[in-house]
Design a protein around this ligand. Structure first.
Ligand SMILES: NC(=O)c1ccc[n+]([C@@H]2O[C@H](COP(=O)([O-])OP(=O)(O)OC[C@H]3O[C@@H](n4cnc5c(N)ncnc54)[C@H](OP(=O)(O)O)[C@@H]3O)[C@@H](O)[C@H]2O)c1
Length: 340
């Protein structure tokens, strides 16, 4: 016996990936509904071998459905997630709306799977920001061994992290630079993204950091350990899919780079590719479509007492969003919504 699943935002980057992953991981689905805005009414999406017709979120009744995987942005989530949760359907949300709510668990199954059980307060579970998700998968096993004091992270984030519009802007701008008949001025991004990098994701905060950077700080504390200090610089780069991060970690205890490599090799969700030779590391184009968080360039930072540097790459639409949401649904099935 399986579950009745709703995918909300099924025409979007994350929604389509959630359908792929549910099919790839053979999630036990008895019935599935795919929702988007009225604009997409009647359009079709693939689910394994099947083709499904999009229904309108605004008129959908969630009563009797087990789990709703939301990927529609904060505004629509604010309106519809509480309605879905009220009917008894458990919402797993990709937006940032509920991440910092103390009554909503923020879950990365490799790190804090047990936190899922906190869903009962609101019937909602939050998925973290894409940059946080891959970073905490890497941090947790190292933190368990040598206790992390401080993390300095710089991100290289792909345009799919800002939805379909971001991908279209990079594509159209790139074409217009080669063929300058039509100019494509920045619209989704504050500056040209093609052949450029932009050190600005989400809005600016009072202290000069951006909201994306703030999210990495706050979410790491909520998921892994409130004592970990994080400072982040988040940068948008002209890559379609796959986020990369340069992570510098300061530990309380000394951790040798070889031991760190062994720990990461054994850790769930991680693939270590770390050869000190040409191409002996992973880049974003190689992680696309994969489930793993890839770790490369593991090396001691000899400028501090207990320091380590590493390079972390993952498919932001998968571990950063859709895969993590489906993994949460799997944990929920094992721990709470048992069937058959
Ligand atoms: N992309 C990532 O790496 C990533 C990572 C983590 C979290 N997230 C979060 O996941 C969510 C979706 O992101 P995305 O990248 O998939 O965006 P996207 O590609 O732009 O897709 C947005 C989806 O939401 C639907 N939608 C928007 N407004 C709606 C409304 N009022 N009613 C019903 N449906 C509505 C769209 O339907 P139509 O096609 O009908 O407009 C579409 O299916 C966002 O909250 C984002 O912050 C994304």
């Amino acid at each position: 016996m399986g579950y009745k699943i709703v995918v909300v935002g099924a025409t979007g980057n994350v929604g389509r990936e959630m359908l792929n992953i549910l099919a790839e991981r053979e999630f036990p689905v008895d019935e599935i509904a795919v929702l988007a805005s009225r604009r997409s009414l009647g359009s079709e999406v693939s689910f394994g071998e099947r083709t499904l017709k999009i229904k309108d979120l605004a008129t959908f009744d969630f009563t009797g459905w087990d789990i709703a995987l939301f990927a529609v942005g904060s505004e629509a989530t604010k309106e519809y997630a509480p309605k879905a949760a009220k009917t008894g359907c458990v919402v797993i949300d990709n937006s940032s709306l509920y991440r910092y709510d103390p009554d909503v668990p923020l879950v990365v199954p490799e790190v804090n799977a047990d936190a899922v059980m906190g869903y009962t307060k609101k019937n909602i579970i939050a998925n973290p920001n894409c940059s946080t998700a891959q970073m905490v998968v890497a941090l947790k096993p190292l933190h368990d061994r040598a206790k992390i004091k401080r993390v300095v992270v710089s991100t290289y984030q792909s345009v799919s992290g800002s939805g379909k519009e971001g991908m279209d802007e990079l594509w159209d701008q790139t074409k217009s630079i080669y063929n300058p008949v039509t100019e494509v001025p920045p619209k989704k991004y504050p500056k040209q993204i093609a052949f450029n990098v932009i050190p600005h994701i989400d809005v600016f905060m009072e202290d000069g950091s951006t909201k994306e950077e703030w999210k990495m700080v706050v979410e790491t504390k909520k998921i892994v350990d409130p004592s970990i200090k994080v400072t982040a610089t988040c940068v948008r780069v002209p890559v379609f899919v796959g986020h990369a991060e340069s992570i510098n970690i300061e530990f309380e205890e000394f951790l040798d780079e070889d031991e760190a490599r062994d720990i990461l090799r054994e850790a769930p969700g991680i693939m270590v590719v770390d050869k000190r030779e040409d191409g002996g590391y992973i880049t974003p184009v190689e992680c696309v479509g994969d489930f793993a968080t890839f770790i490369s360039r593991i090396r001691q930072d000899s400028t501090i007492d207990n320091g380590l540097n590493l390079w972390c790459v993952s498919d932001n639409l998968r571990k950063g969003a859709a895969l993590n949401a489906v993994q949460i649904a799997e944990v929920l099935g094992q721990k709470a919504l048992k069937k058959g």
